[in-house]
Design a protein around this ligand. Structure first.
Ligand code: NAD
Length: 354
């Protein structure tokens, strides 16, 4: 089978306790004046990095926010410029890594990412930003962090409820990679392994949040799923989640959890091979039902109405999703899209089509 696959250079360090290697990695990268980025909630982690790196840290900037609002980015850019930093170190989830990319996009600075959720942004060239209620994304290969340090220890304290939705966010990347227009056998391998490893790990983490082996599997799976997101195009599911997050303020990962089974059910008739691969990876007869049951089993939200979406937002969400839609294996049409969103809003278990 003919295919095109691009490999991208990034140094990836993975393990338990790898934060011990941060100093050596920063030295190897030749960076001497870093701006360390965190969310306000993870400010203590920024201080810990400051203690580890000493004079190589110019400042800690604990102001990353969900959906990368442009005003927060511009404030961070001004700070980076006033301190003449030579690099960025983002430690946290997708919001923090997103802020690093948004600064890098404007100042062309190298980035180190230390992910603490399973969102996968560290492996992608994609930068999303929100301004005036609209979330837009752009892709530029120069925005991939050059160095990514995965430390399983940093994820042990990720509450099981956040781990559940974050893991489903990762699975969403792998699901859409399996039916992507530019899918190839390598990304399909990553995707199948990522889904299977993540699903198994999330079931363990839901019952035993401190299980190091399961946390390690989940972080490894998030890397695989992040590589899917960073390698091939995404489709209807990601478009819907960006719309719901950017325009209606819904939280990123819980939105992925509630929408994914329904996006999968929508696309299943047009992507039967991907559907079978996902079902197999989940150990389920149906991919859509398997994803819905996984979300329910691990306590993730299964209804958009439970995470703050008002019923009257369904119609405007359809309009936004229909404007400039992403490529999708099944044409995006108003009536079935409305059915998808209504089912995701109410949290109905998807039906098997055949
Ligand atoms: P997040 O980064 O907003 O983190 C959610 C919350 O969890 C934050 O309050 C954070 O401080 C906290 N947190 C993170 N790690 C923790 C840990 N180990 N222990 C305790 N608390 C922790 O959420 P997210 O889901 O990782 O990222 C969402 C954002 O990332 C969205 O804006 C999304 O669009 C973006 N994203 C971008 C890409 C990309 O390729 N550009 C990919 C995935 C997600």
């Amino acid at each position: 089978m003919p295919f095109v696959h691009l490999t991208h250079a990034a140094r990836v360090v993975f393990g338990v306790g790898t934060l011990d290697r941060l100093s050596a990695e920063v030295e190897l990268a030749g960076l001497e004046r870093l701006l360390v980025l965190t969310t306000p909630g993870q400010a203590a982690l920024g201080v810990r990095v400051g203690d580890i790196l000493g004079s190589r840290v110019a400042a800690i900037h604990p102001h990353a926010a969900m959906h990368t609002p442009v005003d927060a980015t511009l404030a961070a850019v001004a700070r980076a410029q006033s301190l003449s930093v030579d690099g960025l170190l983002a430690i946290g989830g997708g919001s923090t890594i997103g802020l690093g990319k948004a600064i890098a996009r404007r100042l062309h600075l190298p980035q180190i990412a230390v992910p603490t959720t399973y969102a996968g942004s560290e492996m992608t060239p994609i930068s999303g930003e929100t301004e005036n209620g609209l979330k837009t994304t752009m892709s530029d290969d120069r925005l991939r962090p050059a160095m990514v340090l995965y430390d399983v220890d940093l994820t042990i304290g990720l509450p099981a409820s956040i781990a559940a939705v974050s893991g489903l966010n990762a699975i969403a990347h792998a699901v859409e990679a399996l039916y992507a227009r530019d899918a190839n056998p390598v990304t399909a391998l990553f995707a199948r392994e990522g889904i299977a490893k993540m699903a198994g790990a999330l079931r363990v983490i839901a019952r035993a949040p401190g299980d190091v082996a399961a946390r390690s599997d989940a972080l490894y799976a998030s890397w695989l799923c992040g590589m899917c997101l960073g390698s091939v195009g995404m489709a209807l599911h990601h478009k819907l989640c960006h719309t719901l997050g950017g325009s209606f303020g819904l939280p990123h990962a819980p939105t992925h959890a509630a929408v994914l089974p329904h996006a999968m059910a929508y696309n299943a008739p047009a992507a039967p091979q991907a559907d079978r691969a996902i079902a197999e990876a989940l150990g389920s007869r149906s991919a859509a039902q398997g994803l819905f049951d996984l979300a329910a089993d691990i306590g993730a939200p299964t209804a958009l109405r439970d995470i703050g979406m008002a019923e009257q937002d369904i119609e405007p969400a359809i309009e936004i999703a229909l404007a400039n839609p992403y490529w999708n294996p099944r044409p995006i049409e108003r009536a079935p899209l409305r059915a998808l969103l209504r089912n995701a809003w109410s949290g109905q278990r998807p039906e098997i089509m055949s």
